[in-house]
Ligand binder design. Structure first.
Ligand code: MSP
Length: 639
């Protein structure tokens, strides 16, 4: 059995997992599922990269120990992978004991072989930023990040002899032209190596949260040796048990984002060469998911990018489909809720969902009973295939090879668009054949059965092909068309005529529901506004609000309204009328004489026929609670 080893990058648990992280992981998951389906022995590895100064600093800010801090975030990653149906075989954490021990071993081997040496890490150090900068990076002699003074410092550190590997790496690229993909990234790497490599600093003494160098404990292993080696320590390298390592190494593909291709295509091969280990077969550097305004990460108004929220609203398979269909894998592309909703409405609900539900309904109606939800049908019948039948059948059985080719090249979007072309042909085929016109005509039963059978068989093949990307949907389709699992294997994706004539057809709820786009975008806007803590206002904006203490000097219930009170408020200068929806919470007697906070410069408005000149502040949780300032005097400003 052929083995297949696929990895994702290991993620920094330094903040919430976001849709960008899901991108690498969903792709790697689809690759893993695709290869399992083809009968390969798959190892799919993902995990978290938990050491380093940034995590140490974040933990301190939260008043936590680094391990406690990462434990909390890793749990969220694990939960997200569960929601997204990520079928990893192993999850590695760089804080796992076995990994720590193996990293120490790797470091020692490299040191003993003379591949790592002790030297000086020198540069301009910014104390608040805890960072070194070369002279050229300084801005007017100051820290380029915070603008403060820097001082020249020299720190003892270990270095890996990366520079000596330039020629070997270039030679490796020449001998293995498919090592880095897509092509554009390969060209970048060649240029980078050709411009000359410097030795790489691989230890630090300025922070503690890392794997200690066991023979020199003032040092911790600096991030890339710790992180990159996860791909081999997860298989047992550096421990006693090398069974998995012998079986799965070298990796068939490391899936990584484009900004970390350099580490995987240059540093990682050099480390492996120094360890005398085989190199991975491929580094695939995918593009970035951009959010609205062209930024990799930033949230923009109206765009929910929290993957948990998206999966809850639209379903996991819709999100997975979108990620792999919308943007060719190697390129950058923009995420927007609108494009996601359109994909759901057009591709999933209209094209696929509708094809399934109308064919199932036709079958059930055609074989008696309009409201039966589960029916054994009989599609047997002598019928000579027409040209249209043959065309559809040929397209369906030849799809598998084309799809396989695209998937092997990580061209998920193209693979899926080919499946959707068959879906579209099925819809047209059904429209042209119009079986609803003769479904009750006993003389046309064979013709009717033939049309339905062809669409059901196409749907069976479609379900197999989409299963790496949309595993839940694939099962739902198979359940509805009564296709047993034995006929839904990869090998059977290019065979025709396997669905039993007397299949049990089941009408179930729609696999995808159409979304009311306008309404949904409005709803999302309010969700993001609530979540979007990036939407700051300046102190100048805040000072535009005239907040003052006001004393309630009069109050009455408004006739014909259960909710509204009319208050007379003395604002320090004069009385004004303010209408407020608090009648169910307060009686006029409870309020008269109390001091409240008044928004004094709110534009006057007419509410329930009464002029309201301002607003009073209240918290609005389970109960509405006015904010009282009884110790202050009317007219005092609140700032
Ligand atoms: N810890 C390192 C990787 C070490 S691998 C030995 C790291 N972690 S990360 O959490 O910052 O990023 C992990 C992956 O998420 C990268 O491949 C990165 O490209 C990907 N993405 C993060 N944001 C992304 C987008 N907005 N779009 C697509 N992928 C993005 O780097």
């Amino acid at each position: 059995m052929k083995k297949f080893y696929v990895t994702t990058p290991i993620y920094y648990p330094s903040g919430e997992a976001h849709l960008g992280h899901c991108y690498s992981t969903v792709a790697a998951d689809a690759i893993a599922r695709f290869n399992r389906m083809r009968g390969h022995d798959v190892m799919f590895l993902t995990g978290t990269d938990e050491h380093g100064q940034k995590i140490e600093t974040n933990a301190i800010k939260e008043g936590m120990k680094p391990k406690e801090y990462v434990d909390k975030i890793v749990e969220k990653f694990l939960n997200l992978w569960k929601i997204l149906g990520i079928s990893y075989d192993k999850f590695i954490r760089t804080t796992d004991d076995y990994h720590v021990r193996s990293v120490q071993k790797v470091f020692k081997i490299l040191y003993d072989k003379g591949e790592i040496y002790k030297g000086k890490y020198e540069g301009w150090y910014c104390v608040p930023c805890e960072s070194f900068f070369s002279h050229t990076r300084l801005v007017s002699g100051k820290c380029p990040d915070c603008g403060r003074d820097v001082k020249f410092q020299s720190e003892e550190a270990y270095f890996f002899k990366l520079s000596k590997y330039s020629e070997r790496i270039l030679q490796f690229y020449r001998n293995n032209p498919d090592f880095i993909e897509p092509e554009s990234r390969k060209n970048e790497m060649i240029k980078f190596v050709e411009s000359g490599l410097e030795d790489l600093c691989v230890s630090r003494t300025s922070f503690k949260w890392g794997v200690p160098v066991d023979f020199d404990p003032d040092h911790v292993v600096y991030v890339w040796i710790d992180a990159l080696t996860n791909y081999i320590t997860a298989l047992g390298f550096g421990s006693e048990n090398l069974v998995s390592f012998d079986k799965f190494w070298p990796a068939d593909v490391h899936i990584v984002g484009k900004e970390i291709v350099r580490f995987h295509a240059i540093i990682w091969p050099a480390i492996l060469m120094a360890l005398d280990l085989p190199l991975p077969k491929k580094i695939y550097g995918h593009g970035w998911l951009l959010f609205g305004d062209g930024n990799k990460m930033s949230k923009s108004r109206g765009n929910v990018v929290d993957p948990v929220v998206l999966c809850k609203r639209y379903g996991t398979d819709a999100v997975r489909y979108f990620l792999l269909r919308e943007i060719p894998f190697g390129a950058d592309g923009t995420f927007s809720n609108l494009s996601l909703i359109e994909r759901i409405n057009f591709d999933l609900a209209n094209d696929l969902g509708n094809l399934l539900s109308r064919t199932v309904s036709l079958a059930i109606k055609g074989f008696g009973g309009s409201d039966a939800d589960c029916r054994e049908i009989n599609l047997a019948g002598e019928y000579e295939s027409s040209q249209e039948d043959e065309r559809l059948i040929q397209k369906a059985i030849s799809l598998c090879k084309l799809y396989e080719n695209d998937f092997e090249n990580f061209e998920f979007s193209s693979a899926l668009s080919k499946v959707w072309s068959l879906i579209s042909d099925c819809n047209k085929y059904l429209d042209n054949a119009a079986p609803w016109k003769y479904m009750t005509d006993e003389n046309e039963k064979a013709k009717f059965s033939n049309v339905l059978y062809n669409v059901f068989e196409s749907l069976r093949i479609i379900s197999i092909l989409i299963s790496p990307v949309m595993p839940e949907t694939a099962i739902k389709i198979q359940e509805q068309i009564g296709a047993k699992s034995e006929i839904c294997t990869w090998q059977n994706a290019s065979n025709w005529g396997l669905l039993a004539f007397n299949s049990k057809i089941k009408k179930m709820e729609a696999i995808f529901l159409r979304i009311d786009c306008e309404k949904e975008l409005d709803d999302l806007e309010s969700v993001t506004q609530k979540n979007d803590n990036m939407d700051f206002i300046s102190i100048k904006d805040f000072s535009k609000i005239d907040l003052r203490v006001g004393r309630v000097v009069g109050c009455e219930v408004v006739k014909n309204s259960k909710k509204i009170l009319k208050l007379t408020i003395f604002d320090g200068e004069c009385d004004r009328e303010v209408v407020s929806g608090i009648a169910q919470r307060y009686t006029p007697e409870e309020l008269i004489g109390r001091n409240v906070i008044l928004v004094a410069n709110l534009k006057p408005a007419k509410l329930c026929g009464i002029n309201s000149n301002g607003m009073i502040l209240a918290s609005s949780g389970k109960n509405v609670n006015l904010i009282f300032t009884d110790l202050s005097e009317p007219g005092e400003r609140i700032s």
